[in-house]
Design a protein around this ligand. Structure first.
Ligand code: NAP
Length: 465
């Protein structure tokens, strides 16, 4: 058998998922001189790009321009995209092992973490991840209902996702219309009655997870005032010490911004975003019909844990916050891939530097992970580049060491035939480029960046299927 990774015996790699972690990995493969790799990328949606399409806020168009780089990667003749093909349903992992030397899981974090409090499942309490997927036109979430007739809404958590959700609830119809938000979401939000949005942090301003551009941005909304409470943004001794020791200018800046919001009188805009700290929801209370009317909060204080991090503990002082809708934005969570070792506590595939390992820490030949399913839901899009490179370096080391799967049919045409037989509506990258051009053209007519197709049927119809 000729050496693996040559013209006559190309390395065959399957990548599951098509978000940034997937594309950065492929980019690194294609950069290798003297290595011929054929990469097939699978996504259960007809559209690529994962959270760049379905997660990044619609008013953050600049962040989405990273797809230009992914498009370039996809133009390599050794790349194939199989959209609308679900691994585990249309094609099994075992079947992939028959066609590829290596399989990379870049499946992200497809579900959310829970708060674990009574009332969490009352109607009107939603994972922020679902609202995000809804306003971004994810086909699985387009039919979700959010009761925007409520005047007061709470968003639990103070990460960038929480900020995105709060901001989308506060923007005007004109601000939203300038984005690529799903058209049904634009319509629903245009009639929104929401007047007050509460963003709830369990720790203090120093520990807030959102980043400075995002917290600054909410101070510039057209028709929503942002405010913080002076007592809650005043630093306690522990936080002051933490800031002093870290000499962290970005965090100091964040605190300055939050304190400036406490000093700034509301200017009479129609909506208010109120950012609270040192409070935790302990219960969601419903009316006779079970609809949320109230959120019970406990006031927290900070204490230093054994590792030195500052954690929140309840003081025993309670408060009732009347709200009619709640979004929990306390982090995403990965879901297991059947047959692939999983760390349930962390919600990630068991791995070392991206090599999938079994419970005993031994590498599972041929299986790899990158992105959120590898390291958990943290970091910005760019964080996935070094993360994926680390995984691909391991994959290349394993090729050199001969530690790959030994597929019986490492053949692109055979795989193509099987996929098309299982899923006749598989979508190629050329198909996606057609959908992309149509969405952009439909947007142009309305002065919007794009108008998204939001159902698989619509996408297939647009492709003439
Ligand atoms: P995140 O940054 O990890 O924030 C999660 C938030 O939930 C934290 O404030 C956390 O507080 C809080 N939390 C966790 N459990 C809680 C509980 N039981 N009760 C109350 N609060 C709780 O996660 P994320 O917002 O989902 O974002 C995921 C990643 O995507 C992040 O790296 C984020 O920066 C990135 N992202 C970036 C952008 C952007 O660049 N514009 C936009 C969206 C997302 P503690 O700190 O106290 O645990």
């Amino acid at each position: 058998m000729p050496q693996l990774g040559t013209e006559s015996n190309p390395l065959r790699v399957a990548v599951i998922g098509s978000g940034p972690a997937a594309f950065y990995a492929v980019e690194h493969f294609f950069k290798q001189k003297g290595m011929v790799a054929q990469v097939d990328m699978f996504d259960r949606l007809p559209t690529p790009y994962g959270l760049v399409r379905g997660g990044v806020a619609p008013d953050h168009q600049k962040i989405k321009s990273v797809t230009k780089v992914f498009e370039q990667t996809a133009s390599n003749p050794c790349f194939r995209f199989y959209g609308n093909v679900e691994i585990g349903k249309d094609v099994s992992v075992e079947e992939l092992k028959d066609g590829y030397h290596q399989i990379l899981f870049s499946t992200g974090a497809q579900t959310d973490r829970r708060m674990g409090i009574p009332g969490e499942d009352l109607p009107g309490s939603h994972p922020a991840t679902e609202f995000v997927a809804w306003y971004n036109g994810h086909p699985d979430y387009r039919d979700k209902q959010f009761d925007l007739s409520q005047e007061r809404v709470a968003v639990v958590g103070v990460g960038n996702v929480a900020i995105d959700v709060a901001r989308i609830l506060c923007l005007t119809p004109a601000e939203l219309a300038a984005t690529d938000i799903a058209d049904y979401a634009l319509e629903a939000l245009s009639h929104s009655q929401v007047k007050e949005v509460y963003l709830l942090g369990r720790r203090g301003p120093v520990q807030a997870a959102f980043t400075n551009p995002e917290i600054k941005e909410v101070g510039e909304m057209e028709d929503a005032d942002v405010l913080t409470l002076p007592d809650e943004v005043k630093l306690d001794d522990l936080s002051r010490a933490e800031l002093e020791v870290g000499k962290d200018r970005a965090t100091q800046k964040k605190v300055d911004i939050l304190q400036s919001y406490a000093a700034r009188p509301p200017s009479g805009k129609s909506r208010k975003l109120i950012i609270r700290f040192l409070v935790s929801p302990v219960e969601l209370v419903g009316d006779a019909a079970g609809k949320i009317t109230n959120m019970r909060l406990v006031k927290n204080e900070l204490y230093a844990t054994e590792t030195g991090t500052l954690s929140a503990r309840p003081t025993g002082q309670y408060e009732d916050l009347p709200v009619g809708m709640v979004f929990r934005s306390v982090g995403y969570r990965g879901v297991p891939v059947p047959g692939v070792p999983f760390n349930d506590r962390w919600g990630v595939i068991l791995n070392q530097k991206g090599r999938v390992v079994d419970a005993g820490g031994q590498p599972v030949t041929g299986l790899y992970a990158s992105g959120w399913i590898k390291r958990g839901p943290s970091g910005v899009i760019g964080t996935n580049k070094p993360d994926s490179v680390e995984t691909v370096v391991c994959m290349l080391e394993d090729v050199a060491a001969g530690a790959t799967l030994q597929p019986a049919h490492p053949d692109a045409a055979a795989m193509e035939a099987m996929v098309r037989e299982r899923q006749p509506d598989a979508v190629s990258f050329a198909d996606w480029l057609k959908l992309d051009a149509l969405e952009t053209a439909n947007g142009k007519a309305l002065n919007r960046p794009r108008v998204k197709f939001t159902s698989v049927a619509e996408m297939l119809a647009a492709l003439g299927r």
